[in-house]
Design a protein around this ligand. Structure first.
Ligand SMILES: Nc1ncnc2c1ncn2[C@@H]1O[C@H](COP(=O)(O)OP(=O)(O)OP(=O)(O)O)[C@@H](O)[C@H]1O
Ligand SMILES: [Mg+2]
Length: 269
């Protein structure tokens, strides 16, 4: 019998990242890509994982999803420890990532129904979900076109639909606006708003600092694998003395000694 750490209704966070650490060996040296990282995300909450290139965002998301084993620490998803129940965890997560390719020879319709089948969703339910995702993401015009012929923005919409096909309670979005124009970016922000209204828990990694402050309920600022600041945008403004996220970033990157703060509960290195 499967043993959850908690039942989904007792108010526990949907995602708990607990002291996650990941080291990589590269060129004879060891690199600590993620260093004792801890944070949690509640039901219906949008958490922004922000950080410059190489900060450890993708590595963190891959560990939450169970695609990459942590060197130490663990994460729990909807009450399931990732290390113990990787399949239960994957079932509960939808991933949107630039590196997740589409099947070029299939149309969006074929691909979405194929994914529904992989998740053992009843065909009638799958068709219903397909219809609602087509409406939500405006896929109708290119639904039966081969994926190889779609524009970047159209492909991104199909990727967003695919992540929702199995109706997971948790969504991980890794740089979802990469390569998109303002309209494509707007679609992503609407999508995230929709996810929140559906009660889903979302972790979004992004460089779009301007919009992150608007769409995220809480933000974690990651630098060199450690969480330097965490809180609501207003809390971050207060603790850093900065007005914009951009200023916070500059401060973070230029003053590596500014590592401690009260909001991270002592997690920052
Ligand atoms: N498989 C790997 N082998 C060796 N080093 C890796 C591997 N994956 C990631 N790294 C290193 O770990 C660090 C964190 O990488 P990660 O991809 O998590 O950063 P990121 O915050 O997602 O950056 P970006 O904004 O560029 O996507 C980087 O220094 C990267 O080079
Ligand atoms: Mg990345």
């Amino acid at each position: 019998m499967i043993r959850r750490l908690w039942s989904p209704y007792d108010g526990q966070p949907m995602i708990i990242v607990d002291n996650l650490t990941r080291c990589f060996a590269s060129g004879g040296k060891s690199l600590v890509a993620v260093d004792r990282l801890s944070f949690s995300v509640k039901e219906g909450e949008v958490y922004g994982l922000l950080g410059p290139n190489g900060a450890g965002k993708t590595t963190t998301l891959r560990m939450i999803l169970g695609l990459l084993q942590p060197t130490s620490g663990d994460a729990s998803v909807d009450g399931f420890r990732v290390s113990q129940f990787p399949d239960e965890v994957k079932r509960r997560i939808g991933l949107v990532s630039a590196s997740a390719g589409l099947y070029q020879w299939l149309s969006p319709r074929e691909m979405l129904l194929f994914f529904a089948d992989l998740y053992s969703i009843e065909p009638a339910v799958a068709r219903e979900r397909l219809e609602s995702l087509v409406d939500l993401l405006d896929l109708r015009r290119f639904l039966d076109q081969r994926c190889s012929t779609l524009s970047t923005g159209q492909k991104q919409r199909v990727t967003l639909a695919r992540a929702l096909m199995h109706d997971p309670p948790i969504m991980l979005l890794d740089e979802p606006t990469r390569g998109l124009d303002v309209v494509g970016t707007h679609v992503i922000f609407e999508y995230i708003g929709h996810l929140r209204s559906m009660g889903k828990s979302v972790v979004v990694s992004t460089h779009r600092l301007d919009e992150a402050s608007q769409i995220c309920d809480r933000l974690g600022l990651l630098h060199r694998g450690t969480l330097r600041h965490e809180g609501t945008f207003a809390e971050l403004q207060q603790v850093t003395g900065c007005v914009t996220l951009f200023e916070m970033f500059l401060q973070l990157m230029n003053q590596p000694s500014l590592m401690s703060n009260s909001l991270t509960g002592g997690l920052s290195g």
